[in-house]
Design a protein around this ligand. Sequence first.
Ligand code: SF4
Length: 349
Amino acid sequence: MDVDAASFADRVLGWYRRYGRHDLPWQRQDAYRVWLAEIMLQQTQVSTVIPYYQNFIERFPGIGQLAEASIDEVLRHWQGLGYYARARNLHKAAQVIRDRHDGRFPESFAAVEALPGVGQSTAGAILSFAFGQRWPILDGNVKRVLARCFCVQGWYGRSDTMKQLWYLAESVTPELNAPDFNQAMMDIGSMLCVKSRPKCEACPLKSICASYRHHCQADYPQRKPVRAKPHKHTLMLLHRCGDQVLLWRRPPSGIWGGLWSLPEVDSARAIELWQQSFLQLTQAPQTFQQDVIRHQFTHYSLDISLAIIELENLPQKISDTDNYAWVDIANLSQHGLPTPVRKLFDSLT
Ligand code: SF4
């Protein structure tokens, strides 16, 4: 595939000078802030990220403070942003930087890419924005621009498609001004080459964009062959005793890893058994079932039923005290809760 790299970069950089974003809170900041922003921006839009970023920086102004914080506190500041593995990896990576790099953010590609949660594109973006190095990037926005400009065949899950996209990203990234070029490509992807109805008339690439020329922008990037999203179901148990509710800390991996949630069972028949094992109750208390709420994940949807269980007295004992806790309803905000669980509580108060 022929690429006139100089012409491509000139158009992109010329557009960026006039229309690109130059005042995002993490631009022209140190590597820690650039890194944090890049992790938050994975799968999340700029406007959503800004308040989380500012709040996070206020509480964890440097790598040291982040490395020393508890994971619970980090997750609490991430609450609502989703994809919680990002927060756990950020915390782990801060500890790696503290322990292996004397607390200084590394400047080599290999060291940055080795940090938990940092892939090839994120490593390139951090090194480019924080240290002015020339690395290509390939986040969702850049992939879409390149896939449309060059009518790239196949979907992102295919290794030959990704190889082609990396080749193109590498080819069009200029030797000079790589940071501006990378920011410009992300801006073009999020402001002009948007998922549906791209604003081609305003795009600096329209004269060299193959999908624009052939009127087939909607066909690119090519989609993954469709398969129906599976449904899963869970039953959450809300044990309430006066102002206290019982929370369960989820295992560190899997959905909502490490967040506080509600205990779960497969079906109503299993509630009593669960109460005998974990609360050592001998008599089943009164239980009310609530409506089902549906939560959409990328790969499946989850139907959550809620059973509300009123207890007259707090159980004397509880198994696994590390991962279960009675919490005052007024203090729920001090615990990192998954969004649907927070909504469940909001709907009850
Ligand atoms: S011309 Fe249109 S389809 Fe092509 S890169 Fe620009 S906005 Fe995207």
